[in-house]
Every structure is written in C-alpha cells, then in structure tokens.
Design a protein around this ligand. Structure first.
Ligand SMILES: [Mn+2]
Length: 313
C-alpha cells in the first residue's frame, strides 16, 4: 500500500503510542459471489482520504489531531476462517491498548472477526448494522465465514439492530428479529425510525457499515448494489445521534469495490469514515488521554466457551 500515514497526516500524529485512533485495513475478498474487487477497497479509501480536507465544518474540529495510527493491513487469506481469526486477534490487540479501533474492509465477512473482538471486550454490546442485505445465513457455500453470514454470530451473541435492509432470503426470516430490523421500504415512510432504533440500543454500540446500505445513486461502487438505499444526510443525522447518545466503542466500514472511472464512492467512504471520527471525538481535547473504557476484568461468559481465546497480546 502506497500510503504511509492515514490521510497524509504528520508522522508525529500517526505513531501508535500517541494516537487515540487505530485504523486496520483488511483487503480481503475471498468469498464474494458477484463482483470481485473489495480487496481493492482499503487502498482506494486511503487514496481518497489523502485528497480530503481535514477540517470538519459541522463539528468545527480537526479530528486527525487526536492521532490516527494506520496498522499493518491484514492479508491472511488462506481460508475465510483464518482471515476471521486474524482480524479478531488484531482488533482485540488494539482494543487492549486502549485505542478507538476502526477497521476498513474488504468484504463483509471480516466483520465476523471485528464483532467477535468487541463482543469479548465490552459488556452488553449492541451491533448496529447498516446494510442492504440481512447477512443472517448460518453458513453459505460451505463456510460460516462467508459474507452472507456476516452478522449471524452477532444475531446470536449481541443485541443486533439492522438498518436499511432490502434484500434477503426467506430462510433468514427464521433468524431475523423483525422488531429490531428496519427495512428500507418502511424507513422511507416512517419519520420515527431513528429514535426507535436508538431506543433499542444498549449503551455500548459497535457499528458495522456495509456501504451497499447507501443508495447506488450516491454509492455505485460496491459488490452488490441495491436500489432504494440510504442517502447522505439522513445517514449522518442518524449516526451523529448514535454517537451523541451512546458509547460507540468502534466501527468498521466494508464492501467498497472501487471502479477507476467512478471515484465518488471512494470519497463517500473516506468522508463517512472521517465524519464518524469527528462525531466520536468532537468534545475531546487533543491533550486529554483517551479511555476506550474496555473492562479488562470482563469476560463475556456467553462467548468464552465458544471461541478460541488467545491472550498473547
Ligand atoms: Mn453486508
């Protein structure tokens, strides 16, 4: 990857020790079924980020001054399971270093690893998923680590809230909690969906954004575009409210499938990432230490038996 620091920020703001924010790129595209190319997502996102202005008008902040450490990209791709495990371990490692951890994919299966890490480190976790697809299959094409299964585990082990859904298989209805699902066709005619979704969240929230949640008119460069998606300002309004009212513990953004002839999707992803950081840190002084409030004594008992523990870090 060509980029040395995130968004070309000065090196003293990009050192792990000082940085409050960690960004882990995961250029993985092992199981996608239709258009390939999500493995190129992190590089396109980083290139667009370098060409973005770093003052955020809305919050009147320059969040990059909190420090952003660009971690080594996770390139494990010997199997979907090995990739998920590598993502899980790296995410956990940086949470334990008391950082605000963010991950850029790659296809959505990487989130199995990110969610597993956050769920182990933070009690009563809500997973807020913005996505066109339900991604609730228990396994797909012989693997439980397929992108079609991205939030199956989350549906069993966390408080999962799904927003923007407009495509699914009928079998996923057996897993889906429709009370906590915000279908795009309902959102289009319901002014209350944001408040209702936020009311269902616990305090600790991890956000996973599949970029196909957005309408293809503003984000065409994704593996499986679906009409009828979220628009820019409504999404920001919702996210801003979540950041204000909840303790957002981290987030990932996935499924950018860049097209060299269409750069606006890359820029949307870059700007979305930066907006989310701006909302998270808008009241934090750059001099203050960050406390991601993970509880080192906390062991998620629901998960501890199911997943392989690795506390080498
Ligand atoms: Mn998805």
């Amino acid at each position: 990857m060509k980029t040395k620091t995130y968004a070309g920020i000065p090196e003293e703001l990009a050192k792990l020790e000082q940085a409050k924010i960690v960004l882990i790129p995961v250029p993985y595209d092992g199981t996608s079924t239709w258009q390939k190319g999500a493995d190129k997502g992190p590089e396109a996102f980083l290139n667009a980020s370098e060409n973005m202005e770093l003052y955020d008008i809305e919050t009147d902040t320059e969040v990059y001054k909190q420090g952003v450490y660009l971690a080594e990209a996770i390139t494990e791709n010997s199997s979907p399971e090995a990739m998920v495990d590598a993502v899980h371990q790296a995410t956990k490692k940086y949470i334990k270093k008391n950082k605000f951890v963010t991950i850029f994919g790659g296809e959505h299966s990487i989130s199995i690893g990110t969610i597993r890490a956050f769920n182990e480190m933070f009690p009563d976790l809500t997973v807020l998923q913005l996505d066109a697809h339900a991604d609730l299959r228990e396994s797909y094409e012989g693997s439980t680590c397929n992108h079609a299964c991205a939030v199956y585990e989350a549906s069993q082990t966390t408080n999962l809230i799904q927003v923007g859904i407009r495509s699914m298989d009928i079998i996923e209805k057996t897993v889906m909690d429709e009370e906590k699902t915000y279908f795009a066709h309902d959102m289009a005619v319901d002014d209350n969906w944001m408040d209702s979704a936020i009311d269902q969240m616990t305090d600790n929230v991890f956000i996973t954004i599949d970029l196909d949640a957005f309408d293809p008119s503003i984000l065409p460069s994704t593996g499986t575009p679906e009409p009828g998606g979220l628009l820019w300002y409504e999404t920001l309004e919702f996210l801003k409210q979540v950041f204000e009212e909840k303790n957002v513990v981290g987030f990932d953004i996935v499924e950018l499938c860049p097209n060299p002839k269409e750069k606006s999707s890359d820029f949307l992803a870059a700007k979305l990432y930066y907006k989310m950081l701006s909302y998270k840190f808008k009241n934090e002084d750059t001099e203050d230490d960050y406390d991601n409030s993970f509880d080192s004594t906390y062991v998620n008992k629901n998960n501890s038996l199911k997943f392989v523990e690795d506390d080498d870090y």
